[in-house]
Design a protein around this ligand. Sequence first.
Ligand code: NAP
Length: 509
Amino acid sequence: MEATTIVLFGATGDLAKRKIYPALYNLFVDGKLPEPFSVFGLGRREWSDAKLQENVEQSILTFSRRKPEDTDKLQAFLSAFRYSVLDVDREEDYKKLLDMVESREEELGIPQNRLFYLSVGPEYFKTIAYNIKSSGLGTTKGWKRLVIEKPFGHDLASARDLNEKLSAAFTEDEIFRIDHYLGKPVVQKMEMLQHANPVLQAFWTNRYIANVQITANETVGVEERAGYYDKSGAIRDMFQNHMLQLLMMLAIHLPSDSGPGDVRARKKEVVEALVPVQAGNIASQVVRGQYAEGSINGKPVAGYTSEPGIAADSRNDTFVAARLEIDNYFWRGVPIYIRTGKRLKEKSTRIVIEFKEPLKSAASKESGIAPNLLVFEMAPNESITLQLNTRDPGGSGEFKPMNVDLHTHRDNTAEAYENLIHDAFRGDATFFAHWDEVERSWQWVEPILNAFANNEVPLRLYEAGSYGPKESDELLAGDGFHWWFDDIDAKAKQENQEGEQQYAYHANH
Ligand code: NAP
């Protein structure tokens, strides 16, 4: 990996502290950082190099999955950090920064490879991109890259405007849009599993798949993000980006000799093939919910409109469920259900592929044969399991589901930010969101945003601590399905897992 300078906007902020510094440190310990590397932390606060280094150290001690054991190693890591005061609007701050970056590159004898990481509010993205270009920071003799975090726009028009401004300073190949769901090990394994297993490849089609369910349920409420969340809602905060990205990753079919470009090309094909929601028909395909008061884990919690910073008459969505279809050769006719929301019963992020039961009869139903499921679980635990049926070896003669475990979670599994930052250093854009995907996702979501804004979709209140409005269940029931692992299924799954340990097959053993 080539020596690199990281220019980190927002070095004094929360994301840097909780995610970026621990990720950089773990990459350093694993020998996965460019050698040498240097970091320029930026912010308006009048910090010194020493003050930044102190904060980085504190962040590692508090948030890193690995605690530093070797003091020399930690010091070597910290010594790569420099700080410069920069206000995004002040041109002279960029000039000063350029001088510092150039002299450090000379001092270390490294090429001018610069990775600009924007860990600041999206309202600053355009100004920073403009100033990187106009100050000469972006005119390098090496490569330059831009790493940004969502949100990428508030709607289609603002996303296009943002992209136009970024494109004036960086080419698409140089822009790395982080969607941290794409950094999760389970998501990164999806493509590999399909690739490496002809049997899964063969089953990855509408011939065998009955439906797909993508869930991202949270127990937390709006927390301290009222100002942002009340203008975004679940549809912008989760659905347009994370949920549609998960769908794209799941639905791609790759040739065996595929590379990063193929993943992006296929993802684009998937999102392009999403059947558009029809303006007059949105309420039958999309459920819009908002949490009312209730209880989470036995503790009473307030309803959304009683949360601090939220207007009493807010009609913002804290829950969205939708039924989608992909109109292509592989997926035509397979309903895809997506739901995400806050203040729900359990925290869970998972994808369930439910397979068809072509020979299902009343007798097989009575004997307890469950559909085969392929389950990608990202939270609360990480796992990939294939649920098959077998006869209970205990001798009762009943059928019982057993889980083939396809993913062993190790404690040192790299966290999403480590995977993604490492990829950005290497210039591998496979697990980043391409502009085409972002634009098409906004395009697909736009009629829903309009329908919500015009109140054309009823706002369903749901009790905090439930699984969301009952209309979300009805969305599936209309097709003869139900959400897997809610309530009774969650309990059954747990019992099965406990009782079935003896015949669970662990792929890595
Ligand atoms: P934050 O704690 O409020 O930090 C914002 C950073 O921006 C601070 O370092 C601040 O530095 C800097 N900043 C603000 N105004 C500035 C200006 N005019 N000139 C220069 N620097 C300025 O926010 P955050 O939580 O780190 O979030 C940063 C971005 O990441 C946001 O876009 C957020 O949506 C996104 N994000 C955050 C998380 C998370 O877990 N926190 C997760 C996903 C995405 P000074 O105050 O020193 O100027």
